[in-house]
Design a protein around this ligand. Structure first.
Ligand SMILES: *Cc1c(COP(=O)(O)O)cnc(C)c1O
Length: 406
């Protein structure tokens, strides 16, 4: 058996030798997952507090989603959209009914869903606002994360993601997140839309001031700009509601989802929009070989069913409130601020703490996997299936690690 010869050190060495160094992962080599737990190749068990950036909201290897994958794989996996397939229409209806958006366009990765939204906003501006060809502008937010394509990184404000990869796609303007005056100052007759994470995930679970999204909704109506919320990380239950924008009682014109739409099993993403907005796409104007394939549709359908049937969104709200209350109660000189909503928290550490990574490494040693974001923030985002006992165990550990005199 190869498992007896596998060990972390050898696999890490192999990865370092042959892999591109585009990540700096924790040195833990995982080989199995179930629910909120993952195991490394030495057999050590961990609670997963990243959940693959919220792709695994339903828990690792959920049997129902795995079942949907394996059953569908046996009969039909890919047709391309040149032909129709029987799993695509029911998923469209399910997504539309569940989210209230009339129209659905399926892609694969999150970045592709965002690219789709960008194209839709631009074309809407040309078709409906009389913007001159090639002049459409989109307003985005400081601290954003929308993916890794050349267009998307072009409007990132994180140097690491942009340096050395220009030239960038024009037509984007960056406003300070949560600053309405800064945003207003960027609007002109060529502005076709605003792209925003209702809560910034990679930014470190950053929540805009109360009322900001509501005001933004009104502003977009006033200027006939399409409002698109990127809910790839914040959506599908992470914040205790289906979408994070619900906390402000607004509805955007379009929304991007991905990650948990797959339950972590097979990449699938979507751009959801009102009928009027989605009208911009006509045959040939957009597409993807794998977008809407039957395997993805079967998986996404099961992933959505699990969210609903296991009441994971409600669980996220109640367990999340408990988690954040417990985290806020931690008395540690290292903690600068705790932000959070639902089963999602960002613990921002003081600069004197020496960065979040060493705490993540300590937690790893003790059996809890967290990944630092933006150097100083520990993000907590466990699968939504996590139990109260598992949460208590983890927060006890976190408390110990953050209060240890060092
Ligand atoms: C992860 C993420 C993306 C990109 O998704 P990929 O599947 O990695 O392309 C886009 N937007 C947000 C908010 C994300 O968190």
């Amino acid at each position: 058996m190869s498992t007896t010869t596998q060990n972390s050190a050898a696999l890490i060495e192999q990865e370092e030798k042959f892999g591109a160094h585009n990540y700096h992962p924790l040195d833990v080599v995982l080989c199995r997952g179930e629910g909120a737990y993952v195991w490394d190749v030495e057999g050590k068990r961990y609670l997963d507090f990243l959940a693959a950036y919220s792709a695994v909201n339903q828990g690792h290897n959920h049997p129902r989603i795995v079942g949907a994958l394996t059953e569908q794989a046996k009969v039909l996996s890919l047709t391309s959209r040149a032909f129709r397939n029987d799993k695509f229409p029911p998923l469209l209806e399910k997504l539309s009914n569940m989210t209230g958006f009339e129209k659905v366009l399926l892609m694969n990765s999150g970045a592709e869903a965002v690219e789709t939204a960008i194209k839709a906003m631009r074309k809407y501006g040309y078709d409906n606002k009389g913007i001159a060809d090639g002049k459409a502008e989109i307003i985005v937010m400081d601290g954003n994360f929308h993916g890794r394509t050349t267009t998307i990184i072009g409007f990132s404000t994180d140097d690491t993601t942009t340096t050395g990869f220009g030239p960038f796609t024009p037509g984007f303007h960056v406003a300070e997140y949560g600053n309405m005056d800064a945003l207003k100052a960027l609007i002109n007759e060529n502005t076709c839309g605003v792209l925003i994470e209702p809560i910034q995930g990679e930014g470190g679970v950053v929540i805009p001031p109360k009322g900001f999204l509501k005001e933004l909704r009104a502003l977009c109506d006033e200027h006939k700009m399409m409002l698109v919320c990127d809910e790839i990380q914040s959506g599908l239950g992470r914040t205790g509601t289906l979408f994070a924008f619900e906390h402000e009682g607004i509805r955007p014109d379009g929304v991007t989802i991905g990650k948990a739409l797959s339950g972590g099993i097979y990449p699938v993403s979507a751009f959801l929009a009102t009928e009027d907005f989605m009208k911009v796409f006509t045959p040939g104007t957009h597409g993807s070989t794998y977008g809407g394939n039957p395997l993805a549709c079967a998986v996404a359908s099961a992933a959505l069913d699990v969210l609903v049937d296991e009441q994971l969104i409600e669980k996220s709200a109640t367990m999340g409130a408990y988690m954040i209350e417990r985290v806020r109660a931690i008395q540690s000189p290292h903690i600068k601020e705790v932000r959070g909503i639902g089963l999602w928290a960002g613990i921002e550490l003081n600069p004197s703490a020496g960065g979040a990574r060493r705490f993540c490494e300590r937690l790893q040693q003790e059996g809890m996997l967290c990944k630092e974001t933006h150097t100083h923030t520990i993000r907590l985002a466990p699968p939504l299936v996590i139990t109260k006992e598992q949460l208590d165990w983890s927060i006890d550990l976190l408390t110990r690690v953050l209060t240890d005199a060092e």
